[in-house]
Ligand binder design. Structure first.
Ligand code: ZN
Length: 361
């Protein structure tokens, strides 16, 4: 269900592809040019041409001297090419991306790679260790970009990552999952008004592209504002390693690398993706036990039942219905909910209005 390729382009999607075609970033890089292709340097470490390395990227020092350092994986290709950055676990409990980065890194042969891959598999190491979305100070790292060297812990980490790593990237893929016991159908989010990102999003190839800039302070929005094409891949739910969602992510990253001519394989054809410009949440109107038979990726008609919330004490039951037609791109897992809890994330193609900025990416 979640993997099907969808049909028609929207007009804006076609337009985005046309604009993007002239903006492929292959063969160039912010930090390196073809004539001087050689070892790459990071925080005093050198990674030679045609090799890869596991390093540590210093952010802030804690009292243990190292607990806020971030692991950094580097693949320095044999031939010149662009720099692709991968980031995962900005939200420490969103672990599918950690496995995506590990799989991509392990499979890459630097002697058959062009350009450079810079990957931070666990940006929020504190959250990852503690199974938490947030940092130790309860801040959301993915609202702290581009960061501030004199700000909160999150702002400092964001500043180091943004200045030390992200500004070296020609393209960036940030890996996430649903939050707070919600699951997301595999989807890519980006700003289709940004030509360079549009082409990457379409070639990532999971079938669904959500158009929007993303929340202020999010890595992908701030990277785009700095001129770096950035995608967000969302798939599955937090605190789980999910085989299908990971496999799709790995394939998507490799598709993008092929598109950027970083791998010898021919780039994917860029199958039509289903592009959505508007999303909204359907919320619980009643507290109680939420159950549903709905599946991620399903289309729903206006007024259709999506599930039920039952008061466990009184037995009273309320049917959850969608006001609009659309596609379920995210939904809560069955659980006890309070009134107002966001149950279903519905994507719509054909309704004018602002993109709702309530996505927990
Ligand atoms: Zn996230």
């Amino acid at each position: 269900m979640t993997g099907q390729r969808f049909g028609a382009w929207t007009r804006r999607g076609i337009l985005g592809l046309a604009i993007a075609t002239s903006l492929t970033v292959a063969g160039t890089s912010r930090g390196d040019d073809t004539a001087t292709w050689g070892p790459a340097h990071f925080d005093g470490h050198e990674v030679g041409v045609g090799t890869k390395a596991r390093l540590s990227f210093a952010t802030e020092r804690s009292f243990t001297q190292d607990s806020l350092d971030v692991p950094l994986l580097v693949v320095r290709g044999d031939a010149p090419g662009p720099t692709l950055c991968l980031t995962a676990a900005l939200h420490g409990d969103e672990v599918n991306g950690v496995e995506i980065v590990r799989s991509v890194y392990d499979a890459l042969d630097p002697e058959k790679t062009s350009g450079t891959v810079l990957a931070l598999p666990i940006v929020n190491l504190w959250g990852f260790r503690n199974g938490s979305r947030y940092l130790a100070d309860r801040r959301d790292l993915n609202r702290a970009f581009p960061g501030n060297a004199e700000g909160s812990t999150g702002a400092r980490i964001a500043q180091r990552v943004f200045q030390g790593l992200v500004r070296r990237c020609d393209a960036l893929i940030d890996l996430h999952t649903g939050s707070n016991q919600r699951a997301n159908v595999p989807q890519v989010r980006t700003d289709l008004g940004h030509g360079g990102a549009t082409e990457l999003a379409l070639h990532f190839g999971v079938g669904i592209v959500i158009d929007g800039r993303g929340p202020k302070g999010s890595l992908r929005r701030e990277a785009m504002d700095a001129g770096i094409p950035a995608l967000l891949y969302e798939a599955g739910e937090s605190l789980r390693f999910q085989r299908d969602e990971v496999a799709r992510g790995v394939e998507g990253v490799r598709n993008v690398m092929e598109q950027l001519e970083m791998l010898p394989e021919a780039p994917p054809p860029g199958d039509p993706q289903r592009v959505f410009h508007h999303t909204r949440w359907v919320r619980a109107t009643w507290g109680g036990i939420f159950v549903t038979e709905r599946q991620l990726g399903e289309r729903v008609a206006a007024g259709e039942s999506l599930g039920r919330v039952t008061d466990p004490i009184s037995g009273d039951q309320v049917e959850i219905r969608s006001k609009d037609a659309g596609t379920l791109i995210g939904m809560a897992v069955p659980q006890v909910v309070l009134p107002g809890f966001a149950l279903f994330h519905l994507a719509r193609q054909d309704i004018d209005g602002p993109v709702e900025a309530s996505e927990a990416e």
